[in-house]
Ligand binder design. Structure first.
Ligand SMILES: [Zn+2]
Length: 130
């Protein structure tokens, strides 16, 4: 655990690439070894996470312990959304804790992610291709 996958653009040579690295580590450009990189919105990681969630059927009640879930549901309700049992919460889609658009329903996770990506200009790739 502790590994993250992000898309980067190298500011030195303009190469775009995907790197998996430890959360605390900074990758370098595979073409020119520069560490001057710009990280893209981590939607790729979101999509991978979703696929894993779906495989493992982990819903909200599996993602959070009781008090975390209560807090999250309360936050969501404040913003006009009542989370469902088979929702998955993707913090990468949230602009603030409990953001309704971060609740992805299991019936159509890809459709939801695409919609949020389009609305918020996040980059989507992986099993959701824009
Ligand atoms: Zn480079």
């Amino acid at each position: 655990m502790g590994y993250v996958t992000y898309d980067y653009t190298c500011l030195a040579c303009n190469k775009t690439f995907e790197a998996m690295h430890l959360r605390d580590e900074k990758p370098s450009c595979p073409a020119c070894q520069s560490k001057k990189l710009q990280r893209h919105q981590p939607v790729c990681a979101v999509v991978n996470t979703t696929t894993q969630f779906l495989k493992g059927r982990h819903w909200l009640s599996d993602q959070f312990n009781d008090w975390q879930l209560k807090e999250l549901v309360a936050d969501a309700k404040k913003h006009g959304y009542t989370p469902k049992d088979n929702d998955i919460y993707l913090s990468q889609l949230a602009d603030f804790p409990g953001d309704p658009k971060a609740f992805v329903n299991a019936s159509d996770p890809a459709g939801h992610i695409v919609e949020v990506c389009k609305k918020t200009n996040r980059k989507c790739q992986g099993f959701v291709n824009l």
